[in-house]
Design a protein. Sequence first.
Length: 171
Amino acid sequence: MSSQLVYRLGCTLLLAFACVGVHAADLPQSVTVRYDDPQHFTETRRSSMINRSEAEAWREPLKAYFAQRAARILAPGQRLEIDVTDVDLAGEYEPWRSGSLRDVRIVKNIYPPRIDLSFKLYGADGSVLREGERKLRDPAFFQRTPLNNQDSLRYEKAMIDRWLRQGADQL
């Protein structure tokens, strides 16, 4: 078995384990997260050149995380809809690397995570309380997030948490 195949199998298994325990039925009903045209996301276009399954593996865990974390800040009866319009995960595939390193995401502070989204917050009576667009960026992600965390989406999750903490009053 080639080392590249072993690497890809290992990545797939890690992503599968990250998804264990997250089921659609477990997601809060008060938050809806949709991906708007994900095949055109920055991350999907870049990753699909490397491996199609890895290019899509982050979507469901990130969607579940958005929903679970956002549900915590909502008042009773409120409902939140989030439409994610672009995602660029922290790190990059560096095509000039040779051999199997071409398929490895290199995380450096020059490759920060980005998530673009729009949202609508509904009150208990169904009226729109707030809506808007946000461009989540974290140029200092490398200094803020612990390096010993093994979650492949740790930088994006930390950025989402900061937005929800800071934006709770603005949502």
